[in-house]
Design a protein around this ligand. Structure first.
Ligand SMILES: Cc1cc2nc3c(=O)[nH]c(=O)nc-3n(C[C@H](O)[C@H](O)[C@H](O)COP(=O)(O)OP(=O)(O)OC[C@H]3O[C@@H](n4cnc5c(N)ncnc54)[C@H](O)[C@@H]3O)c2cc1C
Length: 434
């Protein structure tokens, strides 16, 4: 009997586990269980809608999904439709590759006001994730403050200031595109506690900010040091030197004629969200960096704004029956092992770090651990799982179903755009019913 493996989560890490198991040549039956009808996790719901080339990685995942020993079960949620205990009774091995879907809290006074929207929520909204379709994005404001100095912050700033022409090849849902284009937003402030040298942007993303049709990159030249100092690896130093060079180029070539601006606001930490029930501004404290850490200087300033988007990290939503590592905010695990027959990979295992490819070694490690620990299939696997779903009247979405959804999305696309996304599970299930 094949070793039955359930992979919960169809993001990159889930698919890399599947790929490694397939490549091992072992006798396995792999079921990928996903709470949304649509596969690919943050590739669909996180990666920026105007960076379609990054999303092409899903072609490799599709090859795994279409392999004989693999089945996809979309629209099935762990702890809504099936419990961890039931999965453990059904499969020889279970891999939790559920990512980190929640927003980390800002943790300052006023952070619960209307108009503070975490990046997971805001990005989910503009990427058509069904969980966020009803979000009021609070875009009726000239100024938006994005907190964070990583690529997610840059993605958000860029999506907010690009012109419709620049977004033609993106896959923003129609309603979202209209909301952004009709918004009076002119200035996006990207706030970082530390300086340009410590910022985590990759250089390609940073350089793009100097080539936007309608928006200029604004930097206070006094924030830019002459050179990169500090204790960095050679690789990190090179990246930081490139970023510093790029920021200096922005300063040297100001583009005053452009009506919108993205302000790189370094050396500032948020201390309070201002306003009544709704955000009316943010109070920041100027900082200096000592030994790599930001220290407050006691000097404060305010930015008036109607929307604050913290892009400062993610949080795991605890899964019933699964131990949490409170300190790291991940599932408690030792090199991917949680308990007998239970494994984890990707962001759920190690936290929200790295790029898509960083999840690949995790997938390989989980597959190796499974094949070390389990020599033969003992549990009933797929037939028992399907029987359970049927007994609960759960309409799962197969990979062939997803291909139909995909075809319909592609067929509905506006000229230039790769797809018009369905943003509700009901619409996808209706399509399949008809
Ligand atoms: C906004 C944003 C932009 C990014 N852009 C880039 C980029 O341009 N380039 C790059 O290299 N990396 C990028 N990344 C990083 C990359 O997306 C991650 O490294 C990767 O997606 C993590 O993979 P994962 O499988 O661990 O998690 P995820 O991709 O989050 O996948 C987890 C999956 O599990 C499912 N799931 C969760 N709970 C359950 C449950 N209870 N039952 C069933 N299914 C469940 C989710 O629906 C999801 O499909 C970006 C990340 C973010 C947040």
């Amino acid at each position: 009997m094949p070793i039955s493996v359930a992979i919960v989560g169809s993001g990159p890490s889930g698919f890399y586990v599947a790929e490694a198991l397939i490549k091992s040549g072992a006798d396995v039956a792999i079921d990928i269980i996903e709470r949304l009808p649509t596969p690919f996790g943050l590739i669909r719901g996180g990666v920026a809608p105007d960076h379609q080339s990054t999303k092409r990685v899903t072609r490799a995942y599709e090859r795994s999904a279409l392999t004989e020993c693999v089945r996809y079960y979309g629209n099935v949620e762990l702890n809504r439709d099936i419990s961890i205990e039931e999965l453990r009774n059904t499969y020889d091995a279970i891999v939790l590759a559920t990512g980190m879907p929640g927003d980390a809290k800002l943790g300052i006074p006023g952070d619960d006001k209307k108009g503070v929207i975490g990046s997971a929520t805001f990005v989910g909204w503009y990427n058509g994730h069904p969980d966020f379709k009803d979000l009021d994005p609070c875009l009726n404001t000239a100024n938006v403050v994005v907190i964070g100095n990583g690529n997610v912050a840059i993605d958000i700033a860029r999506v907010l200031v690009k012109t419709p022409e620049e977004m033609v090849e993106a896959d923003l849902p129609k309603g979202v595109a209209e909301a952004i284009q009709n918004a009076p937003v002119t200035d996006v402030y990207m706030v970082g506690r530390r300086g340009p040298v410590e910022a985590k942007f990759t250089n390609v993303e940073l350089r793009e900010m100097g080539h936007l049709a309608n928006a200029r990159a604004v930097i206070d030249p006094s924030d830019l040091p002459d050179s990169v100092t500090g204790d960095w690896s050679d690789r990190d130093r090179r990246l930081r030197e490139r970023n510093l060079e790029t920021l200096k180029e922005f300063v040297a070539a100001p583009q005053a004629e452009k009506p919108k601006a993205v302000h790189f606001t370094f050396f500032a930490k948020p201390v309070e969200i201002l306003g009544g029930d709704r955000v009316e501004g943010i109070r920041l404290e100027k900082t200096r960096v000592a030994n790599g850490r930001a220290e407050g200087t006691g000097e404060f300033f305010d930015i008036a704004c109607g929307l604050v988007i913290p892009a400062i990290g993610y949080a795991l939503q605890p899964l019933a029956g699964v131990p949490m590592d409170e300190e790291r905010g991940t599932i408690r695990n030792t090199d991917g092992r949680i308990a007998e027959g239970l494994y984890t990979a990707g962001w759920a295992k190690r936290g929200p770090t790295g790029v898509i490819g960083t999840n690949k070694p995790d997938g390989v490690a989980a597959a190796e651990a499974i094949l070390q620990d389990i020599k033969e299939g003992m549990k009933p696997g797929r037939p028992a799982f399907e029987a359970l779903l049927k007994s609960r009247d759960i309409r799962w979405v197969s990979y062939a179903d997803w291909q139909l959804i995909n075809e319909a999305e592609v067929a509905n696309a506006a000229p230039g755009s790769p797809r018009e996304k369905f943003v509700t599970t009901e619409d996808m299930l209706d399509l399949l019913a008809n």
